[in-house]
Design a protein around this ligand. Structure first.
Ligand code: HEC
Ligand code: HEC
Length: 243
């Protein structure tokens, strides 16, 4: 009789220890970047950021750590580190602790040795997520309309080309007669290749092969290779019609 009454007690001790172990460690929220001091928009700003930075591992295809944040139900899940998103309280949200690197071994996206892949979120991006959560973490029901951010020569492409190509491809002495100083110059191309960009068609745009570092006929291939993020941007620009 006595021993059966002891049994639940014996079981309770290790369980209590286990629960203690699972408690999220306190994090130093004073290190968090501040929330952006403005109203932010979920569909236009927050969802595209999650898509770009998280869906490759937490989307429809893969759910690393059994987490997905491409759906409302998935995104608000409870984790071993506390609730991911606490509406109104970004400082209590595990998702924020993780993207800011405040949880041991749980920096999200995780660091990668491949350059240009899964880059750490900037203070501004963390501030955007914080502002969204502080403003109520509103996530509309149903599918989220895709927002295609327009990529334009003036705001996105010219700065990339000016920095990477301008030293050799500017003005009258531009190598091969290819001038990156204006949209017209880039579309027109140089004296050997001719038209460098076919708007809307990556395959017919020699510029893409060149900046991917895959054109073996060009001198200085390393000077012609753009980093992955910039290459993506140039591709998007061509796909969107090279405006
Ligand atoms: C390259 C893949 C990768 C990317 C990109 C990535 N994660 Fe993760 N994430 C993981 C892996 C792997 C785990 C599981 C880690 C573990 O449990 O040790 C994880 C775990 C998590 C968890 C904890 C889930 C749980 O229940 O324990 C959260 C929350 C999370 N990620 C959020 C994010 C957010 C938000 C982003 C984008 C800002 C992101 N992750 C980007 C790979 C990734
Ligand atoms: C260090 C100098 C240098 C840099 C930097 C450089 N190029 Fe070049 N580029 C050359 C030379 C040299 C040629 C060959 C010119 C010739 O054939 O007369 C060339 C040729 C080209 C051509 C072919 C032009 C034609 O003849 O039709 C294109 C297009 C081009 N480069 C694009 C770029 C782009 C885009 C970048 C930046 C990502 C870049 N280049 C960076 C030196 C450079």
């Amino acid at each position: 009789m006595k021993s059966t009454r002891l049994l639940p007690l014996l079981l309770a001790v290790p369980l209590a220890l286990f629960a203690e172990d699972k408690k999220p460690k306190p994090v130093d929220v004073s290190k968090l970047p501040l929330p952006l001091p403005r109203k932010v928009d979920f569909t236009q700003e927050v969802y595209p950021l999650l898509k770009e930075s998280c869906f490759s591992c937490h989307g429809a295809q893969k759910q690393k750590g059994k987490y997905r944040c491409d759906t409302k139900e998935g995104a608000f899940k409870e984790t071993d580190y506390g609730p991911t998103i606490v509406a109104g309280h970004s400082e209590q949200s595990a998702l924020i602790h993780m993207v800011a690197g405040l949880v041991d071994e749980m920096l999200m996206p995780p660091p990668s040795d491949k350059p240009g892949q899964s880059e750490k979120l900037t203070g501004e991006q963390i501030g955007l997520l914080r502002a969204w959560i502080d403003q109520g973490a509103v996530w509309p029901d149903g599918p989220i309309a895709e927002v295609v951010k327009p990529v334009t020569f003036a705001t996105d492409i010219q700065p990339v080309f000016a920095a990477a190509c301008g030293s050799c491809h500017s003005g009258a002495s531009a190598k091969g007669g290819f001038d990156v100083g204006s949209l017209e110059g880039v579309l027109k191309g140089g004296k050997n290749y001719g038209q460098a960009v076919a708007p809307g068609d990556l395959k017919k745009s020699p510029l893409i092969t060149i900046v991917a570092g895959l054109d073996e006929d060009l001198p200085l291939p390393e000077k012609h290779k753009l980093p992955p993020k910039s290459l993506e941007l140039v591709k998007k620009w061509v796909q969107q019609g090279a405006k």
